[in-house]
Design a protein around this ligand. Structure first.
Ligand code: B12
Length: 623
């Protein structure tokens, strides 16, 4: 075993960071460790430049670093390289939580931190040793998948060498250099994979080590920006201040950015030091302005925290990159619109309005799986925080996608760019313009995806009427047959708000259902005749018979539903001018009620705003 190649594949889709390429540290670190052990190592970061597959196919082992949105591309490369007879090992956040899936493409999966595991694996392969001894390794033995026990977290991060970026192909193209000074996050946000991957203990390397690393990179690399990859750079305030003081003392002050929580801004000395150390901006996970969503995310933050943090950071001339995660079960179109307005009002410098995504490793993902919820797509490539991949409670995926795109486009408007030019902040104008262009490119490239979301939403219309229905049809009757749940008022309010005429046919219906037992026993022909006569009696008076379907229906009610739908189909309601049947699933737990109303509303109008207003009015009646 002599030549080892690492690959960090790129995302399949445009994302807001496309123009500021910087690697995750995984491949560089592992490559550095193996180079120190005498192996010939090369790292290809695909976002930087093309992978030289000649070198890849000439190597003895290939390591592929994977996060969820880059999994499809990673698996393709793994299969291709493995088929060429070269052993493939995968690592990184995604495969750590999906090892079985990855072993369908690769020979080995390193779960969790890879520094020690990769060394043991390489040495074991060289001497054809016993793989079962290697902690944190998953592999196949005679077709059977083996997961060795997990490896403990590395306690002292000073044991990890300073990443040698010169092993990265075209490393000179790297403008931004990542430096990791800690691992682990004591917080537990439900959408984040970090607590499960790096643990909740805040593990650090020494301040000396941090300063040595910054100094090394500044001397060896033509970097113009340093990004601290710590999940919370300021978690240990005393230590963070020590790092900043040493950076200032040693004049190691390139432009830099770091991820912090709002609490950082409460410490004016910290602010002062960050200013003096030439901090360009902080990346802050504000996540939401909806208190209920912040609670759902377990974010331990309130809106005032966000406002105060932005004001203080700006006071110290530190820019703010605000990261928001939209689309929780407590979010609706209004909260999304308000988030966009909030970010503009607070004059946040740059933003990422991301869409809540069930990422493997996150609590949200685990609850999704345990509650048997369905993803909208199985394509990990769109689990990138920019595509709607799940169905929240209070907004349809199509609306979520469109509204997030709208506030992003609005935030990075020409006016916002012009404002930067007028105040002479060309750097910021450039960032906003780049984001505007990426957003434009994204919408163009993802037209089909959005069309699919729209089709899903309009699918009900097609399912119900099967063909385009004239919007002239404007009257319904509500065949409410449930003895326990009266949904009539809610529905009537909804349809009235949409300007739909409601015809009362309670009496006709009651007549049919009165003799429920006989209805059950009656021969098919007789029953069809009764139901046909009922629909016939509504001809010209009613365009749709809306039947609210609730879970606790008795047998005869279920039979009634299937029979009347049968009759309606067999007499092709549309053609025979008999009223159409609309089966309306009334999910009292409100899991998908909103989606049902939106879909029904779309039968009568394309105006989603109007349907939303009607739904909210109807809801007020229901609760
Ligand atoms: C830097 C960073 C970025 C950068 C660079 C991203 C890039 N080049 O892909 C930027 C800001 C651009 C970014 C963007 C995004 N990111 Co990001 N990012 C990070 C961050 C903060 C640090 C990564 C890092 O260097 N870690 C430190 C090193 C040491 O860890 P590592 O790279 O994982 O490597 C270790 C192990 O994983 C393993 N390993 C890794 N690779 C390999 C390969 C082999 C062969 C082996 C054996 C082992 C191995 O061993 C390594 C050493 O222990 C992590 C959070 C974190 N704490 O890791 C999030 C993180 C990776 N990002 C994440 C996400 C979701 C995104 C986005 C999709 C959404 C967003 N947040 O905007 C985008 C889009 C990125 C894309 N490519 O599509 C998630 C991924 C979760 C998942 N299930 O995949 C993370 C974990 C954050 C989170 N909150 O969950 N990100």
């Amino acid at each position: 075993m002599k030549k080892i190649i690492f690959i960090e594949p790129k995302s399949a889709h445009v994302h807001v960071y496309q123009k500021v390429v910087f690697p995750r540290l995984g491949s560089v670190l592992l490559g550095t460790i193996l180079k120190k052990l005498g192996y010939e190592v090369k790292v290809f970061i695909e976002e930087i430049g093309k992978i030289d597959f000649k070198q890849v196919f000439d190597s003895d082992l290939v390591g592929i670093s994977t996060i969820t949105p880059t999994a499809p591309g990673s698996y393709q490369y793994a299969r291709m390289i493995k088929d060429a007879g070269i052993p493939v090992v995968m690592g990184g956040t995604h495969v750590t939580f999906q090892p079985d899936e990855a072993l369908a493409y690769a020979d080995y999966v390193v779960r969790g931190e890879g520094e020690e595991t990769i060394v043991e694996l390489v040495e074991c392969l060289e001497k054809n040793g016993d793989l079962s001894k290697i902690k944190g390794l998953s592999y196949k033995d005679g077709g059977k998948i083996i997961h060795n026990p997990p490896r403990e977290f590395i306690k002292n991060l000073d044991d990890i060498p300073i990443p040698d970026y010169s092993i990265v192909n075209d490393y000179k193209k790297l403008g931004v250099i990542s430096v990791s000074t800690s691992r682990g996050c004591p917080f537990n946000c439900t959408f984040c994979s970090v607590p499960a991957f790096n643990g909740k203990v805040f593990r650090t390397c020494s301040v000396d080590r941090v300063i040595e690393e910054i100094d090394t990179h500044l001397r060896n690399l033509n970097m113009n920006y340093l990004f601290f990859t710590d999940d919370i750079f300021n978690y240990n305030k005393k230590r963070a201040k020590e790092i900043l003081k040493r950076m200032i003392e040693n004049k190691l002050t390139p432009l830099w950015g770091a991820q912090v929580r709002h609490e950082a801004s409460r410490d004016e000395e910290m602010m002062e030091l960050m200013r003096k150390a030439n901090c360009d901006r902080v990346f802050v996970g504000f996540e939401s302005i909806n208190p209920k969503t912040l609670e759902l995310y377990n974010k331990k933050e309130c809106i005032k925290n966000i406002e105060d943090a932005v004001k203080t950071l700006h006071k110290y001339r530190i820019k703010v990159h605000g990261m928001f995660v939209l689309g929780s079960d407590e979010d609706n179109v209004e909260t999304i619109k308000k988030t966009g307005e909030f970010a503009k009002k607070l004059d946040i410098d740059s933003v990422q309005f991301m869409i809540l995504t069930p990422l493997p490793g996150s609590k949200f993902f685990n609850s999704f799986i345990s509650e048997n919820k369905n993803f909208i797509t199985q394509d990990w490539g769109v689990f990138d925080g920019v595509h709607a991949v799940h169905q929240p409670k209070k907004i349809t995926p199509y609306e979520l996608q469109i509204e997030v795109y709208r506030i992003t486009k609005k935030f990075y408007s020409w006016a916002s760019i012009l404002k930067m030019v007028i105040i002479g902040d060309i750097y910021e104008a450039h960032i906003k313009n780049t984001a505007r262009r990426i957003t434009k490119k994204w919408i163009k490239e993802n037209n089909n995806y959005i069309k699919k979301l729209k089709d899903d939403l309009y699918s009900e219309v097609k399912k119900i009427v099967g063909y385009h229905i004239s919007r002239k049809k404007k009257s319904v009757t509500i065949a409410s047959i449930s003895k326990t749940i009266d949904f009539k008022n809610t529905l009537e309010t909804f349809f009235k708000e949409l300007g739909i005429k409601i015809v009362d046919t309670k009496k006709e219906l009651a007549n049919i259902l009165e003799e429920k037992h006989t209805f059950l026993k009656k021969e098919k022909i007789k029953k069809e005749k009764i139901l046909y006569e009922y629909l016939e009696s509504l001809k010209g008076k009613v365009d749709f018979v809306v039947i609210p379907i609730v879970k606790d229906f008795e047998k005869y009610q279920i039979r009634f539903i299937s029979d009347i739908n049968e009759v309606s189909k067999s007499f092709k309601s549309g053609l025979s001018n008999l009223p159409h049947i609309i089966n309306l699933d009334v999910d009292i737990e409100m899991k998908s009620l909103r989606e049902t109303f939106i879909k029904i509303g779309l039968i009568f109008t394309n105006d989603l705003n109007k349907i939303r207003r009607a739904y909210l009015k109807a809801l007020a009646v229901a609760v």
